[in-house]
Design a protein around this ligand. Structure first.
Ligand SMILES: Cc1ncc(C[n+]2csc(CCOP(=O)(O)OP(=O)(O)O)c2C)c(N)n1
Ligand SMILES: [Mg+2]
Length: 382
C-alpha cells in the first residue's frame, strides 16, 4: 500500500489504521435548499412541528434580548447563540424533564424546555451565585469552565446507574472543549462505566478565535467515538429535524447504558460573546455563507412545504415570547442586590482562613469606598 503523508509518500505493509478507514457522513433530513425526503421526517404531530419552530424563535429572541440588556449594563457578559438555534432546540426537545442537562451557556431554550425557570437563568448571567444552586435543583447546570464539567457528566451518569433511574445526563459543549484533557477522560471513562451519558458537542468550528483545524488533525469529532468504544454521530446542526431525530435515538442508546458522542455541525454567525469582535479573526465570506444556511429559514421552508406555515402567526408568537421574557426580567430585578459574602460562600462548607481574610479585605475596601463617596465627582452618563 502507498500512503500519502504530510511529508510525501511511504510504502506500508503493516495494517495501519488511518482516518480514511472511517469516513464520517453528516446526517441530514432537510438540506440547505429546504428539500427533504418525506420518509425520513420524524413522526411528530402538527403541534410538535410548530413547537420546534416556536422554540427556535425563543432561542433567537432571548439571545438578542440578553445582549441588549448587557449593552445597557443590566447583565454580565453573555454569548450569542445566533446560528445554533436548530442545534440547541432539536437536542433539547428530545430530552425528558428528569434528564440532567449541563449547559455551556448558549442553550437557554433547551433549559426552558425542561422547565427550568428563566428568572434563574437571568440571575446566573447577572453573576448571582444562588442561581447555580437553583438551577441544580432543576436538574440543570451552566458550566463556564471549558471542558471542565465533562467529567461531572460521567459522574452523574455513574450515579444514575447506581440509583437505577430511567433518566440520562447530557452535556452541551463546544469544539474547543474537545481539545481539553477533561473531555478525553470523561468520554473514555463513560464508556468503561456504561454511563447513560450523551456528550453533545456543538461544533461551530471556532473556539473564540481558534479555528477547528488548529485544534485537531482529525476530520471530525464524531470519529473519536470509536477510539473510546462508544457510539458516535455527526449531524447537520442547522437541520432541526435531523438533530431531534438523532438525539432521540441517542437518548435511547444512553438509557440502555451506551454513551454517545454527538457532533452537531453548526456555525456561530455573531461574536463569541459581548466582549468579542469576530471581524478581527474571521473572513466575512465564510460568515455570509453560513448566514445563507440559516436554520430558522430552512425550517420555515419545510413548514411551508408541509402546509403548516398557515398555522404560524409569527408576530403573535414573538409578542408572546417577549412578554414571557419581560415577566422573567421583572422577577430577576425583584430578586435584588446580594451580599458580597456570597462571592465566597459556595466553595467550602467552612470558609478557610485565607478566603476569610480576602472577604474582610474586600469588605474594608468597600467601606472605604463608601467613606469616599462624598468626594467622588461622578461624570454624567452618556
Ligand atoms: C478552562 C477554561 N479555559 C478557558 C476559558 C475561556 N473561554 C471561554 S469560551 C472559550 C472557547 C470555547 O470554545 P468552544 O468550546 O468551541 O465553544 P463555543 O464558545 O464556540 O460554543 C474559552 C477558551 C474558559 N472559560 N475555561
Ligand atoms: Mg466552538
Amino acid at each position: 500500500m502507498t500512503e500519502n503523508t504530510t511529508q510525501g509518500t511511504v510504502e506500508l505493509d503493516a495494517p495501519w489504521i488511518t482516518q480514511s478507514d472511517l469516513p464520517v457522513t453528516k446526517y441530514q433530513i432537510i438540506d440547505e435548499n429546504g428539500e427533504y425526503d418525506a420518509d425520513a421526517v420524524p413522526d411528530l404531530d402538527t403541534q410538535q412541528f410548530l413547537d420546534l419552530y416556536r422554540w427556535m424563535l425563543v432561542e433567537k429572541r432571548y439571545a438578542e434580548r440578553m445582549i441588549n440588556l448587557q449593552r445597557r449594563g443590566e447583565m454580565g457578559t453573555v454569548g450569542s447563540s445566533r446560528g445554533h438555534e436548530a442545534s440547541i432546540v432539536g437536542s433539547g426537545y428530545a430530552l425528558a424533564d428528569d434528564d440532567y442537562l449541563l449547559a455551556m451557556g448558549r442553550e437557554t431554550s433547551a433549559m426552558l424546555m425542561k422547565g427550568v425557570s428563566l428568572r434563574d437563568i437571568l440571575l446566573f448571567w447577572r453573576g448571582i451565585e444562588d442561581a447555580q444552586k437553583y438551577l441544580a435543583e432543576q436538574n440543570c447546570m451552566i458550566g463556564i469552565s471549558v471542558g471542565g464539567y465533562l467529567p461531572v457528566v460521567t459522574g452523574i451518569g455513574w450515579g444514575m446507574n447506581i440509583t437505577d433511574t430511567d433518566a440520562v445526563v447530557t452535556a452541551h459543549f463546544g469544539d474547543g472543549a474537545t481539545s481539553t484533557g477533561a473531555f478525553h477522560e470523561a468520554v473514555n471513562f463513560a464508556g468503561v462505566l456504561d454511563a447513560p451519558a450523551i456528550f453533545y458537542c456543538q461544533n461551530n468550528q471556532w473556539a473564540i478565535s481558534t479555528p477547528f483545524e488548529k485544534q485537531t488533525n482529525a476530520d471530525s469529532i464524531a470519529q473519536r467515538a470509536v477510539g473510546y468504544g462508544v457510539h458516535g454521530i455527526r449531524v447537520d446542526g442547522n437541520d432541526v429535524l435531523a438533530v431531534y431525530h438523532a438525539m432521540s435515538e441517542a437518548r435511547e442508546l444512553a438509557r440502555q447504558g451506551n454513551p454517545v458522542l454527538f457532533e452537531s455541525l453548526t456555525y456561530r454567525t455573531e461574536g463569541h460573546s459581548t466582549s468579542d469582535d469576530p471581524t478581527r479573526y474571521r473572513d466575512g465570506e465564510e460568515v455570509d455563507q453560513w448566514k445563507n444556511r440559516d436554520p430558522i429559514e430552512r425550517y420555515e421552508s419545510f413548514l411551508q412545504s408541509e402546509g403548516l406555515w398557515e398555522e404560524v402567526d409569527k408576530q403573535a408568537m414573538v409578542e408572546e415570547v417577549d412578554a414571557e421574557f419581560d415577566a422573567a426580567i421583572e422577577a430577576a430585578n425583584d430578586y435584588g442586590p446580594r451580599d458580597v459574602e456570597e462571592l465566597f460562600a459556595y466553595l467550602y462548607e467552612e470558609m478557610p482562613p485565607a478566603l476569610e481574610s480576602q472577604l474582610h479585605e474586600l469588605e474594608r475596601s468597600l467601606r472605604e469606598l463608601d467613606d469616599l463617596e462624598e468626594y467622588i465627582v461622578r461624570r454624567p452618563k452618556g
